[in-house]
Design a protein. Structure first.
Ligand code: SF4
Length: 327
């Protein structure tokens, strides 16, 4: 067998391994969820009565078919505090491939039912000064291992799980915004309300999807744990046409962008991986690969709405292009 074949086999094995690895923990975890899904919308009343204590202390009796209507792979707020066992999720963003296609942003907005102006993932254009080359930089929540947002939350609404994911339970959020001001990466947004129609009010709320969103609470990128429980990649990684976003498990040392599956440690060691603002000590679980040997001209990223271009006018390179009438 030549080297190419053995590399290909090893890649395929890794891909299977990742899938099986994710699925095995998912199956274990989905057990509780599936039991609760036995009662479907179409099911007739079983006649079996269950006694429940309401939040205001009253004892009520309900038919067994009327409880636990969480869709498959969607967990309750209490269950969402428990991470997926034995996982430590990590993301790697390859800046050399990003062309500001914005498919990641759009897919995330659709999945989380966000308005056009609400972004969990922001694409910035970075140019520190006029002597250096600018590059696109997608910026999600970094799911920090030392998250200041969790430390300052007075109600425990935002929390860090063992699998590395930082979530928000909007049923506990009082909208104080301490977390927004403490996040050094501006990863959080305040939900002032939805302009567009919010069409999914009937489904049960889960912090793992942040749907349905409550007005007056804080929201942010969640790494799509509902998809991870099904062994799938987050929406942004699935949607990117350039394979920019790798996602995987640090414990297994594997990440994939859906096309190629590689060793996480080799990828960041061989390509000079780094974390944004490392010196802050927040220990992000999102890594970047530098924008060297960029694969697509930067200008391709200007093929978007004018109001989006306007965001980048403070970048010297864009300012020059605008003044020359090139964009
Ligand atoms: Fe919290 Fe900001 Fe870190 Fe996300 S990036 S975990 S919101 S401090």
């Amino acid at each position: 067998m030549n080297n190419n074949n053995s590399e290909k086999d090893s890649t395929n094995n890794r891909r299977k391994f990742l899938k099986l690895g994710l699925m095995s923990s998912v199956t274990a975890l989905a057990g509780t969820t599936l039991i609760k899904n036995i009662a479907s919308e179409e099911e007739k009343p079983s006649g079996e009565k269950i006694r429940l204590l309401t939040p205001d202390g009253k004892m009520v009796e309900v038919d067994a078919t009327n409880i636990n209507k969480y869709p498959e792979a969607l967990v309750t707020p209490a269950e969402s505090r428990i991470g997926i066992p034995n996982r430590k999720f990590v993301m790697v963003i390859d800046l050399a491939k990003c062309k500001n296609a914005r498919k990641c942003v759009e897919s995330c907005q659709k999945a989380h039912q966000l308005d056009h102006n609400q972004e969990f993932l922001k694409i910035q254009l970075i140019q520190d000064n006029e002597n250096v080359a600018p590059h696109w930089m997608p910026k999600p929540c970094f799911h920090c291992d030392e998250p200041p947002c969790v430390t300052v939350c007075p109600t425990g609404a935002t929390f860090k799980r063992d699998d590395g994911i930082v979530l928000i339970d909007n049923q506990r959020c009082i909208g104080c915004k301490f977390c927004i001001t403490s996040c050094p990466y501006s990863a959080r947004i305040f939900n002032w309300g939805h302009k567009d129609k919010f069409d999914n009010k009937d489904i049960p709320y889960s912090p793992e999807t942040q749907v349905p969103a409550a007005e007056g609470t804080v929201m942010k990128c969640d790494f799509c744990p509902d998809l991870l429980r099904q062994g799938k990649l987050p929406h942004c990684a699935q949607a990117c046409p350039m394979g920019v976003i790798y996602f995987g498990d640090k414990n297994e040392d594997i990440v994939t962008n859906g096309e190629e599956t590689v060793s996480f440690s080799e990828l960041i060691n061989n390509r000079g991986g780094y974390r944004h603002l490392e010196h802050l000590g927040t220990k992000p679980n999102v890594y970047y690969l530098p924008a060297v040997n960029r694969q697509v001209p930067l200008e391709d990223g200007f093929n978007v709405d004018e109001d989006i271009i306007d965001r980048y006018l403070n970048v010297p390179y864009v300012k020059n292009l605008k003044e020359q009438g090139k964009i």
